[in-house]
Structures are given as structure tokens and as C-alpha cells.
Ligand binder design. Sequence first.
Ligand SMILES: *Cc1c(COP(=O)(O)O)cnc(C)c1O
Length: 396
Amino acid sequence: MTVRLRQVPQNAIRTRSTTRLDDFLAENTLPTPFVVVDLDIVADRYRKLADALACADIFYAIKANPAPQILELLVELGSSFDVASPAEIDMVLAAGADPTRISYGNTVKKRVDIEYAYDKGVRLFAFDCDSELDKLVQSAPGATLFCRVMTDGGGADWPLSRKFGCGPEMAMHLLTRATEKEHPVGVSFHVGSQQRDPEAWNAALERVGRVFDHLRSLDVTPALVNIGGGFPGHYNNEVPAVETYARAINTALHRWLGDDLPRVIAEPGRYMCADAGVMQSEVVLVSRRSLEDDCRWVYLDAGVYTGLTESLGESIKFRITTPHDGGPTGRVCLAGPTCDSADIMYEHADYQMPLALEAGDRVTILSTGSYTTTYSTVGFNGFPALRDYYLPRTAV
Ligand SMILES: *Cc1c(COP(=O)(O)O)cnc(C)c1O
């Protein structure tokens, strides 16, 4: 739901964005857990990336946060969209986007879903193997098809390797086949989500360059290169500025694909909303496992099943603030409220929290605008799904 806010004074000393989220948390005692997202920050993120990566069309990967408020904002700003299912296509169209601005980037699609997308006007599809290409040739005639090549996911905190992509030689074979069926063709890759190394795109684009050289040797002009997502949010580590990523990518694009670039597509997900949102959660219990245990167990009313799913394997380490910050701290294990021992966020990562922390305290989990709301289960153990609120854009 979108909420109304009282006017924030223009001369506020803190940054406007911080003020809006802080004010919302200070003024509301809404039931926890919930996420609140500042749409001004989302707009700012979109503009920053679009400016820095001026050679690329931005396709927001909506799985990061598909709230209608975000989709409508991005439609207004001129974004395009990466989707993975018919339901996501419907959401993007409902937000007012033209179907020509949609890319069906999932390499694993039912035939009926391809037909649905094509019927709605979608003309951009991903694939990475012969049998998926067969489906597309039959059900999406004339559509632009891009082949996803594998990356190793090195440097990423949430790798998307293994499950997707093929080697460059196989891509050459598949794209040649697609060309023979009169499809415009391209190549895509994803360097892994929360990619902390801006140079990761360089190795991937070297592979794309080899595939493009092969296509050109057959007199085929590649229609597009899709450089995927991977741009970071701010968790426990500092990350390079998006401009640093853009510089590395621009350099690599020209190094491996030449001066005459095809259409370039980027698919940011996490970057667009992560830092625009914060999660509010309540401490349910603080305990110790034994009298000698030096690690306190802190149980929150949010957990692995309520939006903090990316803490699995302690991959994404969220920053957390408490009302007692500044006081003495001690090591904690952090867990969710359900009766499942997989519902532990951090046990081995060295999380420190104030010794004064107690049941009833509200804690704030930062950079939780992406990959939280839709990762929440529907009533596991009877706990409500994560609620979400969106602070409307201030007039510009
Ligand atoms: C998830 C996904 C993205 C977005 O990745 P981020 O790391 O969140 O930027 C982009 N493209 C595809 C195909 C994806 O599956």
C-alpha cells in the first residue's frame, strides 16, 4: 500500500532519503515485520545507472521487487523490464508498460507460457539449449532470441551460475540454428547477483566477443548483447559506486565487441530497490543455550521464511541497527520465529549486537528493498507474510 507522509522540512540536515524512511519508522507503530521502500531512492537509482551506462537500455528485473508502485514509477521513467513468467508479464502490462519493453529472460519456460507471452506482444526471449530453441522457433516466430552463456559467478555473493547458460561453442551452434530460422539473435549472461567485482563483466564479454566473431564470419550481425544484472546493494561490505561498474563495463564492451556496438541491454534487479528499503522487526526473545554459552541467541519476528531468505548459507549479510547502538555489544546468533531450525540467519558470521537488547525492542534491517517481499512464505507456522509499504515520490 502507498502511504501519505507529513511534509518533511526542506532544510532538514540529514539526507532527504534517510529522513523519509527514518520519519516513517519513528511515526508508525505498524505491526512487524514489514518493509518500507522510498520511491524517491528507486527513481534516483534508475537515473544514476541510466546516466552512467548511457549505451544500455535498462530492463528492470522485476523479481527483485515487483510491487505495482515500483513498476509504475519505472514505466514513467522510461524503463523496460525483465520477466520470468506470465504472471510477471501481467504485472508489467498492468503497470502500463508496452509489451515491446518486456524481455522474457527465463531460460526455462513452458511452451504455453511462451505462447502467452508472444500473444501479448513480447518479442525478446532467452534460451540456452536446443530444446528450448525448438519451442521458441515454433511458438515465437520472428522474435529476437538471445543465448545465455555461462559465467562462473566469481566475485558474487549470490551466484547465478550452474543452473543457467551454455559454453561459447554451444552458443555459436545454437545461434547459427536460430539464424537459419530467420530470428534476429544476441547473447546474454549474468555475472552473479551482488557482484562485488566490477571487472567480472570483462571475462564474460570476452566470451561474447568470441561468439560475435563467429556470427560475423557467417555474415550475421548480432542484434544485441544483454549484460544482465549483478549491480550491488549495500550490505556488510562497502561496494564500489555504480559509476565504477559502468566505466569497467563500457571499457570491456568496446574492448571485446569493437566500436560498433549492437543494442546493449542491462537487467539490474537488486541495485534498483535494495538500498531504498528497510525492514522493521521486533525482538521476540534473547536467550543462551547453556549457562556457559557466550553467544546469545536473538530471535526476531522476521526470518528466513519472512523475507530474509538471502541469509541462507549466510550469503547476504544485512546490516542491522537497534535502539541501543553505541552501548557495549556481544556476539549473537540471529534466528527467525518459526519452529524450523533452518530458520537461522547468522550463526557463523560474527554478528555483534548490544548487550542491552531485549524482547520488545524494534530493530531495523537495512537495504531490504530487494529480494524480501516475494521471498516471504504465506503463513508458515501461522506467521503473517511480510507486509510492504511504499513512500510516494515527492513532487519534482
Ligand atoms: C535475477 C535476474 C536479474 C537481476 O539480477 P540482480 O543481481 O538482482 O541485478 C537479471 N537478469 C536475469 C536473467 C535474472 O534472472
